[in-house]
Design a protein around this ligand. Structure first.
Ligand code: NAD
Length: 381
């Protein structure tokens, strides 16, 4: 069985789906691995390093795509420079493993179904204990949370830590993290390591202990509705709860030097947590980093992919932050993907897509010409 690693064509994608260490592991298992020439270039993994790990380097991308049994990617497939779509190049019955954004862009899922590709979406891996080693949303969100703090620290015209010097005492920066999921918790830990005083808020009350264990203060908002949906994800909350939340958090936003927002509700636009009025109350020189910029933004003033200054406040809306740390992002993603591949091969090292496995069942969005996932079908309507 042949596993192929494609070179990413998305301009802002620097990650690669498999690093040489993981190639070596798969080759040792008796699998054939093809790597497109230059696939690891932007994440500093060279063709010779892949060759040394046992991969065959393929320069012809059409050959690589069309002869793969399992094609590995990071970003969703897209149109190539020659006008052909990457999906068209896959053979019928091939397996594609990638981030596919099936709820945000279900058209790609439809195209994959039309091509009779078995597509496994890394976003749809369940957040269960058994699936932890495959959880690419977590591995990548953690990188984003870390980097968001570094970006904020670089943009803030102040120190983060408290300093006592001969020239006077510097007060520590006040950082407010909104959304304490994987990215938010890593942001808390990173801001604490840099010496900031950190507060955090989330509508899921269960995260309070985790926030406190990282040395941050949890900002509690008591809501009279259930805020947690299936799988432990946040639910979209009512207008009344949004209002109540905003009243509480406004004061914390106002008093912070840095606000980092990470709030998401799967399959929906990001919740609006920071209004224009709140930004207007912040001190000039303060910084907001909005990790939900691509999903519509948690802050009303965010412009995706841009750094803007609004009323003296710098608002940064980064896109694809994990790709800005491509070495470790690729290393972690690679481990996630390699763990998933183990579920797709049988003892004879042949491809076997077993829908009796809850992880394969949840992650597989298209198979045999059908979109298998009801939420993706609904998103197409
Ligand atoms: P996410 O990226 O979907 O959202 C980020 C955070 O935003 C979440 O904590 C969410 O509660 C919060 N949020 C949503 N709406 C909000 C609002 N209006 N105001 C404030 N905060 C809001 O989350 P995630 O990091 O992907 O984690 C989602 C769930 O998966 C969590 O329950 C997490 O504990 C769980 N998880 C489980 C595992 C595992 O068991 N293997 C691994 C990772 C994550």
């Amino acid at each position: 069985m042949r596993i192929a690693v494609a070179k990413e064509i998305e301009v802002c994608e620097r990650r690669v789906a498999l690093i040489p260490d993981m190639v070596a592991r798969l080759v040792k298992q008796g699998l054939e691995v093809w790597v497109e020439s230059g696939a690891g270039e932007r994440s500093f993994f060279s063709d010779p390093a892949y060759e040394a790990a046992g991969a065959t380097i393929i320069s012809d991308s059409v050959k690589l795509w069309s002869e793969a049994d399992i094609l590995l990617k990071v970003s969703p497939p897209q149109e190539r420079e020659d006008g052909r779509s990457e999906i068209e190049l896959l053979k019928e019955g091939a397996v594609l493993v990638s981030f596919l954004n099936p709820l945000g862009n279900p058209v790609v899922a439809q195209q994959l179904a039309n091509r009779k590709v078995t597509a496994l979406s890394m976003e749809m891996i369940p957040r269960t204990t058994r699936a932890q080693s495959m959880d690419a949303l977590s591995s990548q969100a953690s990188l984003a949370g870390y980097k968001a703090v570094l970006i904020a620290a670089a943009a803030l015209p102040k120190y983060f830590p408290m300093l006592t010097t001969a020239a006077g005492t510097i007060a520590p920066a006040k950082v407010f993290i909104m959304g304490a999921g994987v990215a938010g918790l890593q942001a808390i830990a990173t801001a604490r390591r840099l010496g900031a005083v950190v507060e955090a808020f989330d509508i899921r009350p269960a995260v309070k202990e985790e926030v406190q264990s990282l040395g941050a203060k949890f900002v509690e908002v008591k809501l009279e509705e259930e805020t947690v949906a299936a799988g432990g994800y946040a639910k979209e909350i009512s207008e009344a709860s949004k209002q109540r939340t905003q009243e509480v958090v406004a004061e914390h936003v106002k008093n912070s030097d840095v606000v980092i927002t990470t709030a998401q509700v799967p399959g929906r636009q990001a919740p609006r947590l920071v209004t224009e009025e709140m930004v207007a109350q912040m001190k000039p020189g303060s910084v907001i980093v909005d990790l939900a910029a691509e999903q519509g933004g948690n802050c009303a003033c965010t412009e995706p992919g841009k750094d803007i200054v609004w009323n003296g406040v710098t608002i940064i809306g980064p896109i694809n932050l994990p790709s800005s740390m491509p070495v470790h992002a690729s290393q972690l993603y690679s481990k996630n993907v390699t763990s998933l591949i183990q579920l797709l091969i049988n003892k004879e090292k042949a491809l076997q897509v077993d829908f009796g496995d809850d992880i394969v069942d949840a992650a597989c969005v298209t198979h045999a010409g059908e979109i298998r996932n009801q939420r993706v079908r609904d998103a197409l309507q």
